[in-house]
Ligand binder design. Sequence first.
Ligand code: AMP
Length: 412
Amino acid sequence: MAEKFKAPRGTFDVLPEQEPVRSWIHDAARRALRAAGYGRIETPVFEDTDLFARGVGESTDIVQKQMFTFEDQGGRSLTLRPEATASICRAYLEHGMQTRAQPVKLWTDGPFFRHERPQAGRYRQFTQIDAEAIGSDSPLVDAEMIVLANDILAELGVEDVRLRLGSLGTPATRSAYLDELRSYLRSRENELSDDVRGRIDANPLRAFDADHEGTRKVMDEAPTLLERLDEADADHFDEVRHLLDQNGLNYELDPTLVRGLDYYTRTVFEFECKRLGAQSGIGGGGRYDALVEQLGGPATPACGWALGVDRIALALEQTEGGKLERRDGVFVVAEADERQRALALVTRLRRAGVTADLDLSDRATKGQMKQADRVGARYALILGKGKATLRDMTSGDERQVDPARVAEEIAD
Ligand code: AMP
């Protein structure tokens, strides 16, 4: 027998029964972002490799190890997008959006690709909802965006969410701080793990993430970037915090918050769901005031975030009462000699915009009622000789209705 195929390692199929919760997440985000003036943008799923190398940063894990890069037939190096920000900044510049009223607020959602070690909640193809506000350095932007992400998660009912907040300062402060941190790490080199020691030059901040006991002890006493912010950055950060307080957000200050992308400046934040175990990050982002310029544009401050749809769906599965009990539409139940009438009725309902379905497998009436339940119909409409009964599938209540008026009957 021929060998059967499986979805590639680290990828998965979304089956029809798993789809409603995902649509619900996308819909909640779409509504909230539209209401806040974000316009949807769609960018290609692949881009020139250099865009990510320059945009995400040469020293990041993403660029060094995780990109799905391929050569096209013309010998160009292309990469499946590992994140959205670089692409959106590229589009902002390509379409001259710096001439529009600033900031330009954009959002997108779709698949992203990173060659990571697969595990629960960590995939090689995953789905993000992404929002970016490009062209303003106001702390209002940072606060607005964090509140938006927070409110989307709250509306979805994700529980046990923790918001961690930090600031990385501007590139100058950060580079001075990184030098200080490198010297500090070198001064205690023999206490560090091999891995951290090997990356002192490339990425000393990563030492804060280490599990290695000796390294952790060294890092407990390490200088933090928050303590080194210059006055303008510290004021900016204070204002962001003040605005978050005003909007009733709870957050934890994390002076060692490190994100896996190089482009962040000033505010950074991460949303975690404690129920998710090791892969607990359900969203994150921050300000990236230097990126647009790095990609060849004028100096343009910006801020953005990404929410991880797959992990939010996992979190909702683990939330009591968070399961979607959303019944919708009508399932028409009919005896064999009423099938033609049933299809005509279903067609009429569908044309009127009502979700409607019928048995297509010659089931007995009892089997059709089961099917109505299985497909998640809100109502069953049982067609009998000369009458029709509308049954509420949740409460079990039944009433006689005129089949011609079903759409109106269920509208309320
Ligand atoms: P990042 O783009 O790394 O800031 O990630 C933003 C969010 O996307 C994270 O908080 C995760 O929820 C999600 N995410 C990132 N990488 C993966 C992955 N490999 N698998 C599933 N979700 C991911």
